[in-house]
Design a binder for this molecule. Structure first.
Ligand code: BEZ
Length: 187
């Protein structure tokens, strides 16, 4: 596996800051397994969420990767999620958790209550070793239906993400279409 931990730890954009906003758009929305100082619904602009990244270590295996979300640049798009205010030490844990191709990217984070702050999010770009890329939403659902890894079934990841977005009152046509295909496959 190509491990991005060292690349992320060389990033110094927020050096000297007591705390940093982290924007979560995937499992971090529903599984914040790190301490945080504050948590706020938020969105970022010019990125869209896509099930285009392979997961070798959480929702699949190297022999049978699962599919998880990443961010893809899309001018004019809006991606909703959850922002967490964390201390810089938490990034060591997050870099390890997201080592399968994700790099930290600096982005303005727009809070649902109003206001904006620069923060970080993790993006797996097309040049990473675990990248799977586009497929139809029906094919993505079929892939997710058969994958599982150390963190559990791939389908639970999708269903929990869709439920978390619904709880935030957010629409995401890509995620909800894959969810509908998956439900149809299992009924
Ligand atoms: C997130 O939930 O923001 C997230 C998704 C994929 C990798 C890292 C973080």
């Amino acid at each position: 596996m190509h491990d991005t931990t060292a690349l992320n730890q060389a990033m110094d954009h927020f050096d000297g800051h007591d705390n940093v906003w982290l924007f979560g758009y995937g499992s971090i929305i529903f599984k914040a397994d790190f301490p945080y100082l504050a948590r706020r619904p938020a969105h970022i602009l010019d990125w869209q969420r896509r099930f285009w990244q392979g997961s070798h270590d959480h929702r699949g295996t190297p022999a049978a990767p699962g599919r998880v979300v990443t961010l893809v640049e899309a001018p004019g798009a809006r991606c909703a999620g959850m922002a967490y205010l964390i201390t810089p030490e938490e990034f060591a844990h997050l870099d390890h958790r997201e080592k399968n191709g994700y790099l930290r990217v600096v982005t303005p984070i727009h809070f649902a209550e109003g206001g904006v702050a620069d923060g970080l999010t993790y993006v797996a770009a097309p040049d990473n070793a675990a990248w799977l890329g586009p497929a139809s939403e029906a094919d993505i659902a079929a892939h997710i239906a058969r994958a599982a890894g150390p963190s559990g079934p791939n389908r639970a990841y999708l269903l929990e993400l869709a439920a978390a977005l619904r709880a935030l009152g957010e629409d995401d046509a890509h995620i909800f279409a894959i969810e509908q295909h998956l439900i149809r496959l299992s009924s």
